[in-house]
Ligand binder design. Structure first.
Ligand code: FES
Length: 177
């Protein structure tokens, strides 16, 4: 195992649960039975102030989750959701499992933030603060027909992905009118 990865296995950082209010996510491997839970605390600017994990699996999974907690603290939720950097010396499948659990926790936050939104316009993408009206405008102005096209046009959906179903419903409605 790579030196930094080995360090995180023998000295795992941020083990446990983030303080309340926290948002949690899980991921499991059907292949090896490993599972990991991520929890995050997010500030009013959508910055991740705490990231913690619990893992039952191999040394690579523990190291991947520990490394990831250190990487994402201080990032905004969309920044953390789009991390693509592969950790050196760690099984890519373990790294992917840790990222899936993190993404699940970010989606938990995004869904809660959307539910709590009290602005005038319905908020669809909480990662990038994109309203329903803006998405409708982009679809009408540019003839967009897919979620990917909407993401390219106005960023909606380009973070954690928790809004994809909602964007698809707006597209479907626009296509029917
Ligand atoms: S809410 Fe995260 S990408 Fe839209």
């Amino acid at each position: 195992m790579h030196r930094e990865a080995a360090y995180h296995f023998f000295n795992p950082r941020n083990v446990g649960d983030a303080d309340e209010p926290r948002f949690a996510g899980r991921a499991a491997s059907l292949t090896c039975g490993a599972h990991v839970r991520f929890s995050i605390q997010v500030d009013e600017n959508h910055g991740i102030s705490q990231a913690r994990f619990r893992a039952a699996g191999c040394s690579d999974l523990v190291a991947a989750a520990s490394l990831l907690t250190e990487q994402v603290i201080g990032l905004t939720t969309p920044e953390a959701a789009t991390i693509t950097q592969e950790p050196v010396g760690i099984d890519p499948q373990c790294a992917r499992l840790a990222r899936e659990a993190l993404l699940d926790a970010i989606r938990d936050f995004s869904n809660a933030a959307r539910d709590d939104w009290a602005g005038d316009e319905a908020l669809i993408c909480t990662c990038f603060f994109v309203s329903e009206r803006t998405i409708e405008h982009e679809i009408q102005a540019h003839g967009l027909t897919t979620v990917t096209e909407v993401s390219k046009a106005c960023n909606a959906g380009a973070g954690c992905g928790s809004c994809h179903q909602l964007i698809q419903e707006i597209i479907d409605t626009e296509l029917c009118t």
